[in-house]
Design a protein around this ligand. Structure first.
Ligand SMILES: Cc1ncc(COP(=O)(O)O)c(C=O)c1O
Length: 391
């Protein structure tokens, strides 16, 4: 049963049960504390909300549509509704969080924004917000991701951002996050670290969830208007660090809807991980037998992360949300199926959520004509090269 107190404020130092926290070097403690203080003030200030809501409306194109997937629903025998974050400016939900954090950086008097990126969507969103607000942007990106998301690298550069290739480790999201955090230590006075998901040290998991809550709040109102039952039976979202899922779940945590997070099989921190600490927070992490963080592998660059946001670990332990996995092999047919039935090309990340719905409907796990809200976190343009190679 839903508990009224879920997905509100975390406990002291950002604890969600035993997860979260602020495990950072001494030199970053004051910087994280300053971000927390600034966020608390801003979030209690109606002028900040007014400025953010206006940017979300006139720049990012909110509210995004809730689209009934008519032909897919008819084929699957369940009622699928899509929350269309692919229609947000820059092509994914990442812009919601970034506009919030960029406004916060400006309010704190910072002149530069640092960010990590995997699929490039958070990097593009950061470069966009920086251009809009007249800030400098420096984006850290693993060499492997630079190669598979070349279009997004070019977009970031066009928007005036500096893209720094990360050559350490697996040269993907884990390493670009480590590098961005290392760099932050050297320039905390002028730079703001704009984290792209519900991970990192406190207050980021909480703050990013609050900036992404707009997805769930809008969808809740749209479902109330669209559905005779008011709420969907299932709420489904893909999970990299977990921000589109956390923002969506936040809107439905106090309803009876079943919350389903879909991890990539090769990055399934909850399904295959153990608790540990990475990038400033405690959560489930993929680890080898010696406790070393292991590599994640996913066809979707944005899901190629060995951890998961701490609040998801907590929701899993308390049984409020369920976490499932989808393999690379299921993802490409899901892209094709949505493209052919609905005329929508989803991002490979978002296609994980669609793939689970297809599997669960076809196996009978989803009761006939149950209502399933799926957050379509982004559009597939960035993935065309990967899809061309795969076909
Ligand atoms: C389109 C899209 N969806 C989902 C994700 C995963 O991030 P999160 O789990 O924070 O929503 C990414 C990350 O880059 C993305 O680009």
């Amino acid at each position: 049963m839903p508990a009224a107190s879920v997905m509100t404020e975390p406990g002291e130092l950002g604890r969600f049960g035993e997860y979260g926290g602020r495990y950072v070097p001494e030199s970053l403690v004051p910087a994280c504390a300053a971000v927390e203080e600034a966020f608390r003030e801003a979030w209690a200030d109606p002028r900040f909300h007014r400025d953010l809501d206006r940017l979300l409306a006139v720049h990012a194109g909110r509210p995004t549509a809730l689209t009934p997937a008519w032909r897919l629903s008819a084929e699957l025998g369940v009622n699928v509704l899509l929350k269309r974050e692919d229609l947000a400016h820059t092509g994914s939900h990442k812009i919601n969080n970034v506009l919030g954090q960029a406004l916060l950086a400006q309010r704190m008097g910072k002149t530069r924004i640092l960010a990590e990126t995997g699929a490039g969507q958070h990097g593009v969103a950061t470069a966009t917000a920086a251009a809009l607000l007249g800030l400098e942007a420096t984006i850290f990106m693993g060499e492997v991701d630079i190669e598979r998301q070349a279009l997004n690298v070019f977009r970031m550069k066009m928007l005036g951002a500096e893209v720094i290739p990360v050559t350490s480790g697996t040269r993907t999201l884990k390493d670009s996050t480590s590098e961005a955090m290392r760099h932050w230590v050297t320039c905390v006075d002028e730079a703001y670290y704009c984290l792209g998901s519900v991970m990192g040290p406190h207050p980021y998991p909480w703050m990013v969830r609050e900036f992404q809550r707009v997805i769930g709040d809008e969808a809740r109102r749209q479902c109330a208007a669209e559905l005779t039952t008011g709420n969907p039976d299932y709420v489904v979202a893909c999970i990299g660090g977990g921000s589109n899922a956390a923002g969506t779940f936040a809107g439905f945590a106090d309803t009876p809807a079943q919350l389903i997070g879909v991890e990539a099989e090769g990055g399934a921190a909850i399904a295959a991980g153990k608790t540990g600490v990475l990038h400033g927070f405690r959560s489930y992490l993929l680890q080898d037998e010696n406790g070393q963080v292991s590599e994640a592998h996913s066809i979707a660059a944005g899901l190629d992360y060995p951890g998961i946001g701490p609040e998801h670990a907590y929701l899993k332990d308390m049984g409020r949300a369920r976490y499932v996995t989808v393999s690379d092999a299921e993802v490409i047919p899901a892209v094709h199926r949505l493209a052919r039935t609905e005329g929508i090309l989803p991002a490979l990340e978002s296609a994980h959520a669609i793939a689970w719905v297809i599997r669960a409907a076809e196996s009978g796990e989803l009761p006939p004509w149950s209502t399933v809200l799926v957050t379509l976190s982004g559009r597939g343009d960035k993935d065309m090269a990967t899809l061309m190679e795969a076909s």
